[in-house]
Design a protein around this ligand. Structure first.
Ligand code: ATP
Length: 273
C-alpha cells in the first residue's frame, strides 16, 4: 500500500490567501489550478497539459503550503507524501508503492499528487551516497518515470514535487512530459516577511505596539516556517508569564529563541564550524 495521506477536496481548506508573499510562484501555480479546473480549454486547442511541476527552494519557504493551496483553489483531492516514504529496505516495495499511488490517484482524478523531498528517490542514478540501498532506490525512481510516462496529459492527475537540491536530481526526471516546469520558492525579503507575519499574527491576541514591519526587520534570513514559529513561541512565552496579550518583548524573546534553535541545527549539520 502506498503511504500517501489523502486530503479530500472538501477537507482541503488552504487557499492562496494563506500563502503570503511568493507572488511570482503563486502566479505560476495559478495556471496549474486552471489546468485542473478547465482541462478542455487547453486540450481542445491541441495543447498538452504539463504532468509535473517542480517547486524548488530552501526548507520552510512554503512549498508544501503552496501545493496544498493549488488543491484547495482547484477543489481537488490532494495526495501527499515524502520521497523518503518510498525508500525501503525491501526490494520492490518502493516501486509497488509508486504504482499503488498512481492507481489511487487516477481513480480520484482530477487530483494532485505532492511528493515532498523528491530528491530522496530522484537523486541522479549511479551517484548514490548509500551503497547497497542504491538498486532499490533506482527501481523506485524507474517506476516513477514509467508511471509518469504512462498516464495521458488528459488524465487529470498533476504531480507537484518539492526539493531544495535540484542539482542532484536525475536528468531523466526533468525531461519533457515529466517535471518539465520549475517554480522557485525563495526565502522572503523584508516585504515578504512582513506579509507572512500578518498571516501568522492573525489568530494572536496582540498588545498595542506589535508591528509586523518591525518584526520583519528583526528577522533577516527567516523562512516562513520560522516566522510561523516565532508567532507561536511569542504567544506561549506571553502565556507562561501570565500576560493577557502578546507584546513586543514576547516577540523579541521568541525571535531570540528561534535564532538559538537555528544555530543549534546548523551546528549539527556542519560540526566542523
Ligand atoms: P520543507 O522543504 O521543509 O518541506 P516547505 O517549503 O514545504 O518546507 P512548508 O511546509 O510549506 O514549507 O511551510 C511550513 C509552514 O511555514 C507552513 O505550514 C506555514 O505555516 C509557514 N509558511 C511557510 N511559508 C509561508 C508563506 N509564504 N506564507 C505563510 N506561511 C508560510
Amino acid at each position: 500500500k502506498s503511504k500517501a495521506t489523502m486530503f479530500d477536496a472538501n477537507r482541503m481548506k488552504v487557499t492562496f490567501k494563506d500563502v503570503a508573499g511568493l507572488d511570482e510562484a503563486k502566479e505560476e501555480v495559478e495556471e496549474v489550478v486552471d489546468f485542473l479546473k478547465k482541462p478542455s480549454k487547453y486540450t481542445d486547442l491541441g495543447g498538452k497539459i504539463p504532468k509535473g511541476v517542480l517547486l524548488v527552494g530552501p526548507p520552510g519557504t512554503g512549498k508544501t503550503l503552496l501545493a496544498k493551496a493549488v488543491a484547495g483553489e482547484a477543489g481537488v483531492p490532494f495526495f501527499s507524501l515524502s520521497g523518503s516514504d518510498f525508500v525501503e529496505m525491501f526490494v520492490g516495495v518502493g516501486a509497488a508503492r509508486v504504482r499503488d499511488l498512481f492507481k489511487q490517484a487516477k481513480e480520484k482524478a482530477p487530483c494532485i499528487i505532492f511528493i515532498d523531498e523528491i530528491d530522496a528517490i530522484g537523486r541522479s542514478r549511479g551517484k548514490g551516497a548509500m551503497p547497497g540501498s542504491n538498486d532499490e532506490r533506482e527501481n523506485t525512481l524507474n517506476s516513477l518515470l514509467v508511471e509518469m510516462d504512462g498516464f495521458g496529459t488528459d488524465s487529470g492527475v498533476i504531480l507537484l514535487a518539492a526539493t531544495n537540491r535540484p542539482d542532484i536530481l536525475d536528468n531523466a526526471l526533468m525531461r519533457p512530459g515529466r517535471f518539465d516546469r520549475q517554480i522557485s520558492v525563495d526565502k522572503p525579503d523584508i516585504v515578504g516577511r512582513e506579509q507572512i507575519f500578518k498571516v501568522h499574527l492573525q489568530p494572536i491576541k496582540l498588545a498595542d505596539g506589535v508591528k509586523p514591519k518591525e518584526l520583519a526587520a528583526q528577522t533577516p534570513g527567516f523562512a516562513g516556517a520560522e516566522i510561523a514559529n516565532v508567532c507561536n513561541e511569542a504567544a506561549l512565552i506571553a502565556a507562561r508569564n501570565g500576560k493577557e496579550k502578546v507584546d513586543m518583548d514576547d516577540f523579541q524573546a521568541a525571535v531570540d529563541r528561534v535564532i538559538g534553535g537555528l544555530e543549534k541545527k546548523n551546528k549539527i549539520i556542519s560540526p566542523d564550524e
